[in-house]
Unconditional design. Structure first.
Length: 309
């Protein structure tokens, strides 16, 4: 190391720290409240499309559970010798899980009735095609009879619920087209419309976050380095320990930001009364993390201000 140049340990020590107690209770409260509100009441200002409340609540609950998992693994307290700091290196793909929920919610609200139906029909198609595959492979095996029967009943019950009457010559693509992946949602398409505001938001999220989270999920290049480079150093000196601490801090910050974006999307669309709580978290985190402030200033501040009026 050249003279006067600070190593990772010194640089990390110099970074301002934010205690989780300053913002986690507010975010956790908004998370629980929005999940409960989606279960119990739908805003009177807009019609409730069938299946929308269930879909949105499921996305909030799944994302909240993912965030709590990240939070626990990254926590210092309660003390747990089994909670090793290097486990945080494996959590970046979980931030992507929450981000995918953000993509879905932004995409849904462009046409909530139509896209809710589209989502559930695509989910039905997954079950239908998986049943067809398993039945062809194991239909003659008596040990699979009960399982296949239950799966067939589930498929048929969902079809009846959504009014799907599938005939041999029907095109699955027309009856139940696939739900698009996040990367596709962020691009213009002949198959769906998306307002410029939503397209811009998804494009930003894809460029700033989705690529790096996916690189870790697929163990590609920088993603592999982020997930494993710190494991190569067996000596674990002060610099190596500092890099692990920073990795832990980074993934918790990223996961928290993704959850904050998700809850903000739901709140801004449905107006359940948690806007100020969420704005507080945006402000507190934005004062410490530049990427949080940039995301908020570009895509949430104006919308929150309009919502307030």
């Amino acid at each position: 190391m050249s003279k006067g140049r600070k190593g990772p340990a010194e640089r990390f020590k110099a970074i301002p720290k934010l205690e989780a107690d300053v913002f986690v209770p507010q975010l956790a409260n908004a998370l629980e409240a929005l999940g409960n509100r989606l279960e119990r009441e739908w805003p009177a200002t807009i019609p409730e499309p069938p299946g929308s409340a269930t879909l949105l609540r499921t996305l909030v609950l799944a994302s909240g559970n993912t965030w709590r998992t990240v939070r626990y693994v990254c926590a210092d307290l309660p003390k747990d010798p089994a909670r090793k700091i290097e486990y945080a290196l494996a959590l970046v793909p979980l931030a992507r899980v929450i981000l995918e929920a953000v993509f879905t919610v932004v995409f849904l609200f462009e046409d909530l009735p139509g896209r809710t139906e589209w989502f559930w029909k695509s989910a039905w198609r997954d079950v239908h095609e998986e049943y067809a595959r398993l039945e062809a492979e194991y239909g003659a095996d008596p040990t699979w009879t009960d399982w296949l029967s239950e799966m067939r009943n589930l498929r048929d019950a969902r079809a009846q619920l959504m009014g799907i009457g599938l005939k041999p010559r029907d095109s699955l693509r027309k009856i139940a087209p696939w739900w698009p992946l996040p990367g596709a949602m962020a691009k213009p398409s002949n198959e769906w419309t998306l307002s410029q505001d939503r397209l811009s938001r998804l494009h930003y999220l894809e460029e700033q976050f989705y690529g790096q989270f996916s690189a870790s999920a697929h163990l590609k290049g920088p993603g592999l380095s982020r997930s494993a480079a710190a494991l190569l150093d067996r000596k674990r000196d002060a610099d190596a320990a500092a890099l692990l601490e920073k990795s832990r801090s980074d993934v918790f910050g990223e996961s928290t930001t993704m959850l904050l974006a998700l809850l903000s999307e739901v709140e801004l669309e449905l107006g359940y009364g948690h806007a100020e709580q969420l704005r507080y978290v945006w402000t507190v985190l934005g004062d410490l993390l530049g990427y949080v402030k940039d995301l908020y200033e570009r895509h949430y501040r104006t919308r929150f201000e309009k919502n307030k009026r």
